[in-house]
Unconditional design. Structure first.
Length: 338
């Protein structure tokens, strides 16, 4: 079975993926930014020793054992953060399973960052899953916890449950109809954060946005999940309404998505940002049933293997920027023809 980032899930026409994460620290240890290399090593070994007992096929990987291209590929899959990948001043490790729907970063900003992932909108299932994983981990090691404040963190915004529930949504129709800014304001008014995955505003190729909770203290995990789910459902409804509006001008919409498809599949060289822009229109065309030459499965492959790190992993070698642009165009043709 394909890994989650190559699958489609519930409401995948709008919701690309769901992530739920929990921040935890070990009792009796300084926070990462105040700890010595010896303490950081001790934190890693403490968690490493209990990995076999957690199940789920989890494997411990020292980050120093990964090359830069592999680290970049994990960043592109959202399994590790960019800061985690490049900060070499701290001893770090990551724990993952072969399906890569579980990723545990050790010694990022906090000692432990548990993350679980799924395609589509799976907030409730992932929340239940991460609570189960957290209980297993918490039974094996002592967390830093306060009866007054909850789970302690190096950052005040993560104190309490330490939970962030987030979805990545694809909003091309709201962008094209000029209604995106209004929707962004609504999300912010509900106490949520929303930000472009690849930038902000017109500098966000791909029309991808991450919606997440702001509050972690004084609220339960299930309440956080429900709040993010409710606002996500409103966003889905607004995006689908905008798509119906665009569909009223059928010829113009068909021309737009097929122009994107033509450039994407026939170009001899294509940059990463241009590819994201074109893929956004092509995905819209596929989701609306206009483009029938490829399906959702190939969209997922194109989204993954045209990103710089995963493109190089697929090719089996490091490439400079110009060669990546050529190889990206070749890879698109290969995936479309498969």
């Amino acid at each position: 079975m394909a890994n989650w980032y190559l699958q489609n899930g519930k409401d995948s026409d709008v919701v690309v993926s769901t992530r739920v994460r929990l921040v935890r620290n070990l009792k009796g240890f300084k926070f990462v930014n105040k700890s010595s290399k010896e303490e950081q090593e001790k934190i890693l070994n403490t968690v490493k020793d209990i990995v076999p007992s957690l199940g789920f096929g989890l494997k411990y990987i020292d980050l120093d054992d990964l090359d830069d291209v592999t680290k970049l590929s994990l960043v592109e899959k959202h399994l590790i953060s960019p800061e985690f990948a490049i900060n070499n001043s701290v001893k770090k490790a990551v724990i993952m399973n072969s399906e890569e729907n579980i990723s545990i970063m050790l010694n990022e900003d906090d000692h432990i960052k548990l993350q679980v992932f799924s395609a589509g909108q799976e907030l409730e299932n992932l929340t239940n899953f991460i609570i189960e994983l957290d209980e297993k981990l918490g039974n094996a090691i002592d967390y830093a916890y306060s009866k007054k404040f909850g789970y302690l963190s190096s950052s005040p915004i993560n104190v309490g449950t330490g939970m962030e529930a987030s979805v990545i949504v694809h909003l091309p129709a709201l962008t094209l109809t000029g209604n995106l800014s209004k929707v962004l304001r609504i999300v912010n008014n509900f106490g949520m954060s929303i930000k472009g995955v690849n930038g902000e505003g017109t500098q966000n190729p791909g029309d991808l946005y991450q919606i997440a909770n702001n509050q972690t203290i004084g609220i339960t995990e299930k309440e956080i999940m429900a709040s993010v789910r409710d606002i996500t459902e409103k966003i889905i409804e607004q995006e689908r309404t905008a798509r119906k509006y665009l569909g009223k001008n059928e010829l113009e919409l068909e021309d737009r998505v097929y122009r994107a498809y033509g450039i994407l599949t026939y170009a001899s060289r294509i940059t990463s940002d241009e590819c994201k822009k074109l893929l956004s229109d092509v995905k819209l065309g596929v989701d609306l049933g206009i483009i029938k030459e490829i399906d959702d499965s190939k969209i997922k492959q194109l989204e993954l293997y045209t990103k710089s790190g995963n493109l190089q992993k697929r090719c089996g070698k490091a490439l400079n920027g110009y060669d990546r642009d050529i190889k990206r165009a070749e890879t698109i043709k290969q995936i479309v023809k498969e």
